[in-house]
Ligand binder design. Structure first.
Ligand code: VG1
Ligand code: CO
Length: 543
């Protein structure tokens, strides 16, 4: 088998965003597109020679073909071994676990996560570091720099490797270890949670509905929730991963997981509902007729983690992304735990976990996780909730009511304005930035601004600085809004407006969040001039 140096030239726009490089699948399938980027990954980490990598993806269209290309390129670049999920399948948290478990030099994950899949939808590639976490900005910047100067890439001329059966094989001098995508991950979950207690709760009639949204968590959910925890067949819905996710938008929020919401709001609702996203790192938690916002879920997990088997020693600290509500901060304050605020994207939590400063992390975008891996983890969150419910013997609604009574309620919502023309979105943000210094002291829709800034993060572990991570405007009484542009979209710009208000009066805990947040929504539209800049009055998706 022969290594070929293929002549290529730089391709515009191969800049990794919030979580890797995401583009339309057809773009990735274009000449040299995937190959250029994969070579730049290897170059950006100082070469692949002698290294071991994990490889897998969420099963979307092009996943298997891309895996074969990446295997041939890893071999051509001198990698010693690649551990690949059978059929090139691995959820993002399972990939993170395998990277750590096998002490590898990192891994390549093929996924565009919550973005729809298919030939006309989205594909993505990202690199995770030896700690199992997404490459930090310094590394993705090095990869991006290489994409602008690449002149050739290395690839092996070879037949496809058979990755459909578990076992060891070779590709030229490189070992290829095909592993069961689920087994090691499921074993890890058994060490973290009291499976006996959850099994007993289920045996006692506790009913669950888990919507895998035709994406990667299907096989994981079936093995863990049905096989190991004894829930009846059919507990996992949409459990077979499909290349186009069955046409679904695999994003677990009330809009896209509406079938689960209908089940949970219906007359015969199960006791617990959950959904996960394309690559298995997100989760939505729902009780019968009660939706748990992701920010609240993080706070509930922080307050109750010590009840779960793997966390009885307590937490080192908690971290949340800046736009995530301060509900977790209130728990940390009461429990005397360190609490950190980071920019959007899981890559910023890695240093804090590696440095043992935090145990739990979370984002408002349906992401929660702990230091068991270095990614957010959808099924982990589901099992953490189940373990807590099994111990507390309360319903989801009772847990939420108890939580708000103890800590107050941070009303929260995110409004997404999708596919705005990029220059209009940029102009809106620039205009808002220009006004920030003048905002404090102004009163808009009855709310007085106390602070306004363009968020910059100073990493306390490595001292790196990340600027322009979202504009935030804070009002008297702690209400606030945040505006930032998405870094995961593939067409136009998506503007995210994050809204929050703290309520401490228990007689006001039963409001609809949109009603509770109405003054802040109005003030945000007025201050940012959203409609004047974008022509949009209403969001496309509200979570
Ligand atoms: C979004 C979310 C962010 C999350 C990221 C990756 O990014 O807001 O919180 O970490 O997706 O999640 P953005 O830049 O579009 O706001 V996933 O499940 O897509 O890997
Ligand atoms: Co995801």
């Amino acid at each position: 088998m022969q290594v070929t140096d293929v002549v290529t030239q730089p391709i515009d726009g191969q800049k990794p965003g919030t979580s890797g490089l995401r583009k339309k699948t057809r773009v990735f399938m274009g000449p040299h597109y995937l190959e250029n980027f994969v070579q730049c990954i290897f170059d950006g980490i100082g070469g692949a020679a002698g290294k071991t990598f994990v490889l897998g993806g969420d099963g979307r269209f092009f996943n298997k073909r891309a895996a074969q290309v990446i295997l041939r390129m890893a071999a051509a670049n001198g990698a010693a071994r690649v551990i690949v999920g059978r059929d090139a399948l691995l959820s993002t948290p399972a990939a993170s676990h395998l990277i750590r478990l096998n002490k590898t030099d990192g891994g390549i994950i093929m996924s565009a996560s919550h973005n729809p899949g298919g030939e006309d939808e989205d594909f993505g590639v990202k690199f995770n570091m030896p700690n199992g976490g997404p490459a930090p900005e310094a590394v993705t910047n090095a990869m991006f720099a290489r994409t602008k100067e690449i002149t050739s890439y290395k690839i092996l001329e070879a037949q496809d490797v058979d990755i459909s059966t578990v076992g060891e094989t070779t590709l030229a001098d490189m070992k290829v270890s095909v592993v069961d995508p689920v087994a090691d991950y499921a074993d890890l979950m058994e060490t973290l949670f009291d499976f006996d207690a959850i099994r007993a709760m289920i045996a006692g009639g506790f009913r669950i509905s888990f919507d895998a949204m035709c994406a990667i968590t299907g096989p994981y959910g079936v093995e863990i929730i049905e096989n190991r925890l004894g829930a009846p067949k059919g507990t996992v819905v949409h459990g077979t991963p499909l290349p186009d996710f069955g046409g679904m938008h695999p994003d677990p929020n009330p809009t896209w997981a509406h079938e689960l919401m209908d089940t949970m709001n219906g007359p015969d609702a199960p006791d617990f509902g959950a959904a996960s996203d394309g690559d298995g790192d997100r989760n939505m938690i729902v009780g019968p007729r009660v939706y748990v916002s992701p920010s609240d879920s993080l706070a509930v997990l922080a307050a109750n983690a010590h009840l779960a088997k793997g966390y009885t020693a307590g937490l080192a600290g908690v971290a949340r992304s800046m736009p995530t509500s301060a509900a977790a901060d209130r728990v940390a304050e009461k429990l005397g735990l360190p609490c950190y605020e980071t920019p959007t994207g899981w890559k910023f939590f890695g240093n804090l976990m590696d440095d043992d400063r935090v145990t739990l992390c979370g984002e408002e975008s349906f992401g929660t996780g702990s230091n068991h891996v270095r990614e957010k983890d959808g099924l982990w969150a589901v099992l953490m909730w189940l373990n807590i419910l099994a111990v507390r013997k309360m319903s989801v609604a009772e847990v939420m009511a108890d939580h708000w009574a103890t800590y107050g309620r941070n009303y929260y919502s995110r409004h997404d304005f999708e596919a705005i023309e990029s220059d209009k979105a940029d102009a809106m943000i620039s205009a808002l930035r220009a006004r920030l210094a003048d905002l404090p002291g102004q009163t808009v829709h009855g709310l007085t601004v106390t602070a306004a800034d363009d968020y910059a993060y100073h990493d306390p572990v490595d001292g790196s600085v990340s600027e322009h991570q979202g504009v935030r405007v804070i009002f008297e009484g702690g209400a606030r809004f945040v505006i930032r542009l998405s870094g995961t979209g593939t067409s136009g710009a998506t503007m995210r407006l994050y809204l929050e208000a703290l309520e401490t009066d228990p007689t006001n805990f039963a409001q609809d969040p949109q009603a509770a947040l109405a003054p802040i929504i109005a003030a945000a539209h007025e201050i940012a001039q959203i409609s004047a800049h974008t022509g949009r009055d209403r969001p496309d998706v509200t979570t």
